[in-house]
Ligand binder design. Structure first.
Ligand SMILES: Cc1cc2nc3c(=O)[nH]c(=O)nc-3n(C[C@H](O)[C@H](O)[C@H](O)COP(=O)(O)OP(=O)(O)OC[C@H]3O[C@@H](n4cnc5c(N)ncnc54)[C@H](O)[C@@H]3O)c2cc1C
Length: 509
């Protein structure tokens, strides 16, 4: 029998688990099927342009800080984070533009000028509500393994939060709550987009997710210099410092169970059997249950009926000019959010007039493009890949839809002529690259007013197997995937399923 803990997958969730476990004195080995660690937080370099491949918006840096502290390190010594204000610019059909400012007072002033005092007041009241919802999330969801309402409440009811909990029970959706405070369609569309971090429809997602608005206002939006891959690189380096064995290029095809059904090792794609004391899986939770474990775990997972979140099409465009009217982050909004979300989340087809997220990181880090150029990243949410979606055939027409939208709504008139480097990523690429069913970039959809926020718990039903990453609790997005890795590691450590071999790093340094 081995004392080591195995981590399947070296995405942010897997790396956070590895750092936390190694920081607490465990011996850890990370298996990553891809040639590099980092998962979706990776980098694309092409002819002098550098692009983030996946995530670009970093929120809640306190989560990252806590993971570094577990490894006995200070975030500031390993990463350069630039706080952005304005946080993003919104472009609306019809020509209006509105910046989301970090400070509440400044934003209220901007809104009063943009849409009148009632909207500014409504925004203030919405943020106050978002703060209370954030408190609920922190009290019942964060930093511990939760797989459902019962587990969430097991920590004990907090009387101060009871009115908000009861109000949630009779709950509205995100879209409903936003519109009950903000009587302006454009501003409401902008606030809906906090749920796009979790790849879900605002009119189906539970109102508790509005807490994200408060989290973002409080801790800000940050750019890690070097892109989000710098976060993964810093965690991977810290893991190596802590003695973690890293095995990129080694996939896992099976979790090995002993006669009692306890996870005791893994079998790699090459057929190597590696004995382990316990396992953390950072692979998609559906793929973990169905492909890596199978049997009862697979049947139980399927019974829960988790619906995949959306996927995405990303265009990486190296341009020979810069667009000064863009900020670092920009949303170019659809004409009709109802029509857009109906297409993506109900009909399961790409929207005819989609919202485009446009990232122009040269605003903050000029070196990502040659002088005078722009490394433009354009993400459009599309449905997870259905069997009839052949993206190699669909991409050329959808690229046209995206470029036309950017010309029409964001004033990027000569965009197509200015492209000197172009790459794309489709749902089929996402599925193949990171072993994600349907290319669902945010794991499971957060749909369902009462239970939509719940994902598979980090302490799985298979003894000795723990789940980390965007498709496990508390959900997708960089901070949540990192937190999920921390929770999986914390549960494993507390359960005493593997011995600690060294003193804890946070105490030792
Ligand atoms: C285009 C795009 C844009 C996004 N934008 C943002 C954003 O702006 N802000 C934000 O916060 N989040 C964003 N996200 C979401 C965010 O990237 C993810 O939620 C987060 O990175 C997920 O981390 P993870 O550890 O769960 O998974 P992953 O990054 O997918 O890592 C899992 C790793 O496990 C490996 N693996 C899988 N199966 C096996 C196996 N059997 N054996 C070995 N290895 C295996 C995979 O190769 C992968 O490297 C975006 C995602 C995408 C794709």
């Amino acid at each position: 029998m081995s004392d080591r803990v195995g981590v399947i997958g070296g995405g942010l969730g897997g790396l956070a688990a590895a750092v936390t476990l190694a920081g607490r004195g465990h011996e850890v080995v990370v298996f990553e099927r891809a040639e590099r660690l980092g998962g979706k937080a990776s980098r694309l370099e092409a002819d002098g342009f550098s692009f983030d491949v996946g995530p670009t918006i970093l929120t809640l840096p306190s989560v990252l800080r806590r993971v570094f502290e577990e490894g006995g390190a200070r975030l500031e010594d390993h990463l350069d984070l630039v706080r952005l204000d304005p946080q993003w610019r919104s472009f609306f059909e019809g020509g209006d533009a509105l910046d989301l400012l970090a400070g509440e007072a400044a934003m209220r002033e901007r809104l009063a000028a943009f849409a009148g005092p009632a909207v500014a007041d409504g925004y203030g009241a919405f943020l106050a509500r978002a703060e209370r919802l954030d408190r609920i999330a922190r009290a019942y969801f964060f930093w511990r393994s939760v797989g459902g309402l019962g587990e969430a409440l097991r920590a004990g009811l907090r009387p101060a939060l009871l009115p908000d909990l009861l109000a949630l029970a009779a709950s509205k959706s995100v879209a409903g709550l936003v519109r009950s405070y903000v009587p302006d369609a454009r501003v409401a569309q902008m606030l809906d987009h906090f749920t796009q971090y979790v790849g879900s429809a605002p009119d189906q997602a539970p109102a508790v997710l509005c807490g994200i608005a408060h989290m973002q206002t409080q801790e800000g939006v940050h750019y890690p210099v070097g892109g989000t891959a710098a976060v993964a690189r810093a965690l991977a380096a810290l893991a190596a410092d802590l003695g973690v064995e890293r095995r990129p290029g080694v996939g896992v095809r099976r979790v090995l169970l002993d006669a009692a059904g306890r996870a005791r090792g893994v079998e790699t794609d090459e057929g190597e059997a590696v004995p382990l004391a316990a396992v953390v899986s950072n692979a998609d939770t559906g793929a973990t249950a169905r492909d890596l474990v199978g049997g009862r775990a697979a049947r139980r997972f399927d019974r829960r009926g988790h619906e995949p979140a959306c996927s995405g099409v990303v265009l990486y465009l190296g341009l020979d000019r810069a667009y000064d009217h863009l900020l670092h982050h920009n949303f170019v909004f659809s004409r009709d959010p109802h029509e857009e979300f109906e297409a993506i989340y109900r009909r399961g087809e790409p929207a005819d007039d989609p919202t485009c997220y446009v990232c122009a990181p040269a605003r903050t880090e000029p070196g990502v493009a040659p002088p005078g150029g722009e490394a433009l990243y354009v993400l459009v949410h599309v449905p997870w890949r259905r069997p009839h979606h052949d993206w190699s055939a669909m991409l050329p027409a959808y690229r046209r839809v995206i470029l036309d939208k950017l010309r029409r709504t964001a004033g990027l008139d000569d965009l197509e002529r200015r492209i000197v480097v172009e790459r794309a990523m489709t749902p089929a690429d996402i599925e193949a690259r990171w072993s994600i069913p349907g290319g669902a970039i945010y794991g499971h959809a957060s749909h369902g007013r009462l239970t939509g926020a719940f994902k598979p718990a980090n302490r799985s039903e298979v003894p000795g197997l723990y789940l980390a990453g965007g498709s496990a609790h508390p959900g997708p997005g960089m901070p949540m995937a990192l937190m999920s890795g921390w929770i999986a590691a914390d549960c494993l450590d507390r359960d005493g399923v593997a011995p600690r071999r060294r003193p804890a790093a946070s105490a030792a340094r």
